[in-house]
Design a protein around this ligand. Sequence first.
Ligand code: TRP
Length: 450
Amino acid sequence: MSSHNSGRAVFNTKFGAIATTVGSAVGLGNIWRFPYEAGIHGGGAFMICYLCFVFLIGVPLLCAEFCMGRGTRSNIFGAYRSLGGKRISHIAGPLGILASLLILSFYSVVAGWTVEYCLSSLTGALDFSNREAGHGQFVNLTTGWRPLIWTVVFLLTNFLILVSGVTKGIERASNVLMPLLFLLLVAFCVNSFFLPGFEEGIRFLFTPDFSKITSGVLLGAMGQAFFSLSLGLGCMMTYASYFSEKNRLGKTAATTAILDSAVAILAGVIIFPAVFSFNISPEAGPTLVFEVLPYIFNRLPGGMVWSTLFFLLLFLASLTSTVSMSEISITYFCEEKRMSRKRATILSTAIALAGGLLCALSFGAMSDVTIFGMTFFNLFDYLSSNICLPAGGFICSLFAGWWVSRKFISDQLTDHGRYGFGMTGAFIFCLRWLCPAAIFLIFLNSIGLL
Ligand code: TRP
């Protein structure tokens, strides 16, 4: 990606565009959030719903965001507006900005944990000897003041990358490091095979028990699909506004979805055998991965080296995701409110920082402060992932399916007829009917009306 004078970045190569899109999609959502959501929602039942959502709803929506972004070359507001949806832009825009800042808040807390774990592994301070030690350690690391510091450190790093224009450096680095993360995950997967809980873990993750598919599972799986694909907030729309005309949107969407789910599945194959070997409840929630990973590292020869490397790569994967979600509000403040990029970045970071501190305290001093029975951390996560993202996707699919001209969509998908895209009809059908109906029915179902 390189910057041009308006401060907007442009992808130079097709590979760069795909790598950055995958960089946005792959992050804590796959490695931290997927296993814990799958654990809470019954494993196999969740997995099957999740995969259906990724490919039946996620891919068409990803294409829709790509078409709208590249066709209009603007932020989420501008995209809706230039396609004739001025009123809708006033709903979809604020929804996207609000949700992206909510996500940035709690995401930074978890990314802060990765910094803490990385540094502690480097200094050899992590004690992984048994389950109690792993748990005690996590509690220690997440309840005092330290998580606040790491949240601030993470947001500042994100800030520096965004203002200093080293996006290019980060991208180059991630082009090399993300494949490395993938390889590391494959190596851990092989290691899983030798754990005593391997069979039980795999059975849990891959045997769908259809009787377990409840409204909560459907909503959770849909939220996870949106979260993991960075969908619903105009994030992919903003990124696609930097794509070149040559980018084949359908292919980019499919590649992103396949790689993204592959990383999530790998993470599941790593975590669940360890969960059962360690005798931890799969329903532990957001803390699951951090409590279980020590078990894996402890058994590996040179565990501390593996663990340092793993958390370092996870930290970088989180950064490429937070850079993308920050871009939503920053381009909005810059292009719609005429702020300088620096001011826009300061404003977004300040809001995320306030939210991030509330979320970080949710595990310690403010763990008893709950709203609708949820701590700030859980509330921010639930509100953004399960409500705002699908709602944004609902609006986007109806808009792209019914309002935007078919010619505009097909021109984008085929680069004005230069490439074939045999599935335009099916694609429009998904946008018009399948995606909105599925999202709507799941919403109704989850509030008990169906
Ligand atoms: N997809 C990222 C992950 O899995 C998180 C993310 C980045 C995101 N940008 C987003 C989620 C925009 C929702 C919207 O870690």
